[in-house]
Design a binder for this molecule. Structure first.
Ligand SMILES: Cc1ncc(COP(=O)(O)O)c(C=O)c1O
Length: 222
């Protein structure tokens, strides 16, 4: 694969320098914290090679949040970005096509691009309230489509899909014999009622989530 440095990497405040930014209007994480600020101290932890797919107890706790998921469905990674990389590189090859509902998180575009995939974009529009037109997604599906990719709660607009839209995307992935990736990194910051995690709705659906945003901890689960 050929890697190019994404704009988001060059522009990330930690790269650019927080001290050079006067007004940070779009920070997606919480401010830096010390453990002592939140009343914690580091216990005498044992450092060791952990279980490859993540601690069993942790996977059980994650899967217990939604009916229809078992600990074996969960993979723990360091950050959602790593999980999204694993999803693209394990599902896609250079001959494959994917449909990306855009705006989407940069990794969900640049990793398939680096693999050499053909990508069709379905762009969300301000004038339509950034709503997803499932018929347009359907029209973009090809016989070689392996993945439909969307973020919800949406970054950067914060909009939520309805349950009916999520169900329609799941049904579309099933009938097209491709996977649906729902990047749910902001799920714990949902406005209103949380949607079920997409992975609980179908074997064809994959959810990516993270503690980086709502909790300020970069450890993620798929
Ligand atoms: C939609 C979305 N997905 C994934 C990520 C990456 O999350 P993490 O920091 O846990 O790797 C981000 C970070 O900005 C994001 O906004």
């Amino acid at each position: 694969m050929n890697y190019t440095r994404m704009v988001i990497e060059k522009e990330a405040p930690e790269e650019y320098g927080y001290d050079r930014i006067r007004f940070n209007l779009s920070e997606s994480s919480i401010a830096d914290q010390k453990l002592s600020d939140i009343g914690l101290s580091l216990p005498d932890l044992t450092l060791f090679y952990g279980e490859h797919r993540g601690d069993k107890q942790l996977r059980a706790l994650i899967s217990a949040q939604d009916a229809g998921i078992s600990p074996d469905d969960v993979l723990v990674t360091a950050g959602a970005a790593g999980a999204l990389f694993i999803i693209s590189t394990s599902l896609l090859s250079a001959n494959d096509h994917l449909v990306v509902i855009r705006p989407n998180y940069a990794t969900n575009i640049e990793t398939p691009r680096a693999i050499g995939c053909a990508i069709s974009f379905v762009d969300l529009a301000f004038e339509e309230g950034f709503a997803i037109d499932v018929e347009r997604v359907k029209a973009a599906i090809r016989p070689d489509t392996k993945l439909i990719s969307v973020t919800c709660p949406h970054n950067p607009t914060g909009t939520m899909m309805s349950r009916a839209e999520l169900d329609a995307l799941v049904a579309l992935a099933e009938s097209s014999d491709c996977h649906l990736l729902v990047d749910e990194t902001y799920r714990d910051l949902s406005y209103g009622r949380r949607l079920p995690t997409a992975a609980s709705l179908s074997p064809k659906a994959i959810s990516g989530s993270s503690l980086s945003k709502a909790f300020g901890l970069s450890e993620a689960a798929v």
